[in-house]
Design a binder for this molecule. Structure first.
Ligand code: RB5
Length: 144
């Protein structure tokens, strides 16, 4: 079963706990934060990206207030394809077409039920390859 790393800042701390409970039975590694105290989201995006670098088959979930900062920070890493999703269809297509390996969620913008729905779609879908692989390969052509 695919290993899942999860991390959040204070804006995603509550939703992180909800999703860990929702994903019970999966291999899930919690990288923090451990309290609602204010922390800097890029540090958590970076920590999760480092874990995925040594475990390229794993997937990640990053949660901040909006999911935006986490996705921007995570996508600075060439091996990360982070998708900030707000619908189940976003999550489905992020996996099927973009081979996203990190799902970014907004702890202050999504309700618990919608967040669980998005997570379920993300983990149920798989990359389709083919023309989508060619397009994803092109990402590294533009790396600085
Ligand atoms: C923290 O207040 C907030 O800026 C952060 O959680 C996130 O929304 C950033 O994108």
């Amino acid at each position: 079963m695919t290993k899942i790393y999860i991390a959040a800042d204070h804006g995603g701390y509550v939703l992180k706990a909800v999703l860990i409970a929702h994903l019970k039975g999966r291999e899930i590694i919690d990288l923090g934060t451990e309290s609602p105290e204010s922390v800097d989201y890029p540090l958590y995006a970076d920590k999760l990206a480092d874990h995925l670098k040594t475990d390229l088959t794993a997937l990640g979930i990053l949660i901040c207030g909006t999911g935006l900062g986490m996705s921007m920070a995570a996508n600075r890493h060439p091996h990360i394809r982070a998708a900030r999703c707000s619908t189940g269809l976003d999550a489905d297509l992020a996996r099927r077409h973009n081979n996203a390996n990190v799902l970014c969620l907004g702890g202050r913008t999504l309700g618990d039920d919608l967040a669980k729905h998005i997570v379920d779609h993300f983990f149920q879908a798989s990359f389709e390859g083919g023309r989508h692989q060619r397009r994803v390969n092109q990402f590294s052509d533009f790396a600085c």
